[in-house]
Design a binder for this molecule. Sequence first.
Ligand code: ISC
Length: 360
Amino acid sequence: MNDVDFYKKIKKVYANKLPFVVYSKPDSAEVKLIVQKNDKIHYTEDYKESGFVFAPFENDKLPILFPISESISYTNSFSAYGKEITRNKPDTIFNSSTSSKNKHVALVEKGIKFLENNNYKKVVLSRKEIIKYEEFELVQIYRKLLKSYSNAFVYSWYHPKVGLWLGASPEVLLEADKNSFRTMALASTQVYDVKKYGEFKSLKDVNIHWGAKEVAEQQHVTDYIIEQLNVHVKVSKPYTTKAGNLLHIRTDISGKLTEQLTLKKIVNLLHPTPAVCGVPKEKAKEFIVQNENYSRQFYTGFLGELNLNNKSALFVNLRCMQFVDNTLEIYIGGGITVDSNPVSEWEETVNKSKVMMKVL
Ligand SMILES: C=C(O[C@H]1C=CC=C(C(=O)O)[C@@H]1O)C(=O)O
């Protein structure tokens, strides 16, 4: 399918209120479109079906599935634009105000006390930035995301009964083929500082410095994943990875699927990962649900291909936003440890929101 027809198709299915997802995997030359032929909501329970899943943060709710048997798929190559895309400026940014800063700082302070009092290691706390945006143009924003974040999982997902989401995730939850799986421990954040490190060429050319808090925070994530899986796994050294203008620390972890350690089992062990929830998982989740004061919905859930040609590729839903009633809601958070500084944590969410703001 050529570029024009492919993007016209997306506009048409969105206008006709059919469920669809358009996505591109990290560093892939392909953009895929899956359109469900009806507007039923299907779920997956055992992860044996084939299709595209979209799961909420709360792991007691089932992931939504676009079954491949009820969908039509299209593929397009990832090409440069024909013409420069014009900017549709957002009308008003509502939430970056002092009151939302104070609220987030207070939440982080409460989080730190919760960790100290219970001797827990980490909790990830988040918020929403709300932007009035009447001139929303789905295809235009999607293509800008694609162009800006080619090393991320870039998607737009829609179901008329659920909503419209867009994002550019840097985090793999789980990749699997018939016999093996790969996951990652991703955590800690700093802005890529051009003044300090020079114009970006490759991470190999720069020596990035990480503080002790960041190194320890990411190590908790690695340790927790290894402990949860509780089988022999291969673990890489931690290294720096770039997502948009942000840097994170990442460790790759891989192992074998077995009769005991199935896809479903691993997803249940990993989701929600300490990169988006905390350590210990259930206690951190309880704190999040009781104290964040809003519903994360699909932010920090996961999404991706399930058993397509015997392969699965699931990503954590980070750096994402939802379009609701002429507003865009950008979801952003960060990992809190006892050494966190509440104001720096606020600034980190502002930096993360720029990943999305940049394409508006
Ligand atoms: C929770 C988010 O990021 C997670 C992933 C990478 C680094 C993170 C951090 O540095 O805190 C977070 O754990 C988010 O982007 O909303």
